[in-house]
Design a protein around this ligand. Structure first.
Ligand code: NAD
Ligand code: ISE
Length: 342
């Protein structure tokens, strides 16, 4: 294994130093091996400097292109908000740098397609998309079980995705494009199907949600393999962070996400705790995701969710946002899958 501080370590530029970016800086420096944070970038100069300060040899920038041009930067981790991803990705392609891009790849299908076409023009994959549930121990177990075929063919998939509270500025569209984006990827990855149509039902909004936020939402996917998938998306449930999935197959069912790592029995009651946010619930998954990216990059490879996966998720979310706004069932339109992603 490479020793920290040696020149063999991958010099990473982390773009965006908010909740996820700062957590990834900590992870690269303290948890995973084979990489170091060479640069951080934020349009908020003070935030970039605060995050860079405790990291030896890390330069703070406000311009992503300047960081990507630096001699000690070998790879890029994009953790700015979704609308800023396209520009960062296209700049990384100009510098021929490998990228781990937080989900969503981009917020809409047209911009995701532009990124896909730019990567196709390079002639090889450069990007791993941050759909980290593929690296979660429970989701991995569920996927392995399905692959054994013991349960028979999947028929239905139920998902529950609950956040304790939505951040300021979170809109009704974002329940789909920022949150249900994860279930689009989980559905496609677990089943190996494309999602063909989306319907969004609007339960009455919770009194605990900010005014004008349609929260919760009940989302239905249909797949090209005939599976029906539902997602309860509730971003102001108040009590914690919960992500659960139950697959119903011809010969049985399997369920993950109950999160009972420890149950306490006391005074006539049993109890446990519920994670409060994604950094806690998916800590192991983020660690595995980043280690896999660093390991593959150092071998000159690209693995994990691809730009095609990011584009397909963006197209499904775009159909979902239309279904939310217009009502009814909206079909998903995808371009033909290029050979690079088969
Ligand atoms: P955030 O708002 O906390 O942080 C974003 C940071 O990016 C801010 O500091 C902002 O100043 C900076 N920024 C904005 N535009 C920029 C630009 N053009 N260049 C550089 N910096 C810029 O957001 P967050 O919650 O950290 O989310 C960041 C990304 O991570 C989003 O894509 C989001 O969807 C994703 N995310 C993923 C997960 C997950 O579970 N995988 C969880 C949360 C967020
Ligand atoms: C956030 O961006 C994430 O990706 C979290 O995993 C998700 O639970 C949350 O709803 C999103 O806003």
């Amino acid at each position: 294994m490479t020793q920290r501080g040696t020149s063999e370590e991958l010099g990473v530029a982390v773009i965006g130093t908010g909740r996820m970016g700062a957590d990834h800086v900590r992870r690269i420096q303290q948890v995973i091996s084979g990489a170091r944070v060479a640069a951080v970038v934020d349009v908020d100069a003070g935030r970039a400097e605060t995050v860079a300060a405790p990291v030896g040899g890390c330069t703070a920038y406000t311009d992503p292109a300047a960081a990507m041009a630096a001699a000690d930067v070998d790879a890029v981790l994009v953790a700015s908000p979704g609308p800023a991803h396209e520009a960062a990705l296209l700049t990384a392609f100009e510098h021929d740098l490998p990228v781990l891009c937080e989900k969503p790849l981009t917020p809409d299908a047209a911009s995701a397609l532009r990124v896909l076409e730019a990567e196709l023009a390079l002639g090889r994959r450069r990007v791993q998309v941050g759909f980290m549930r593929r690296y979660d121990a429970e989701y991995m177990k569920l996927k392995s079980l399905l692959e054994t075929g013991q349960l028979g063919r999947p028929l239905m998939l139920h998902n529950r995705h609950r956040n304790a509270a939505s951040p300021p500025g979170f809109t009704s569209d974002m329940l789909i494009s920022d949150s249900v984006a994860h279930e689009t990827d989980v559905t496609r990855w677990l089943l190996g199907h494309e999602i063909t149509a989306v319907t969004v039902l609007r339960p009455r909004p919770s009194a605990n949600a900010p005014d004008d936020l349609q929260d919760p939402q009940f989302v239905l996917f249909e797949t090209d393999g005939g599976v029906v998938v539902d997602v309860e998306m509730f971003v102001n449930c108040g009590f914690g962070y919960q992500v659960q999935a139950e697959i119903v197959c011809e010969r049985g069912t399997a369920r993950i996400g109950d999160g009972h790592a420890m149950v306490t029995n006391m005074a006539g009651r049993w109890s446990g705790t519920i994670a409060q946010d994604f950094t806690e619930r998916f800590a192991d998954a983020y660690d595995r995701e980043l280690q896999a990216w660093v390991d593959a990059t150092r071998r000159g490879r690209v693995s994990g969710p691809s730009v095609w996966d990011g584009y397909a998720a963006a197209a499904v979310c775009e159909a979902g946002v239309r279904a939310l706004e217009e009502g009814g069932r909206v079909e998903v339109e995808l371009v033909e899958r290029p050979a690079l992603y088969r």
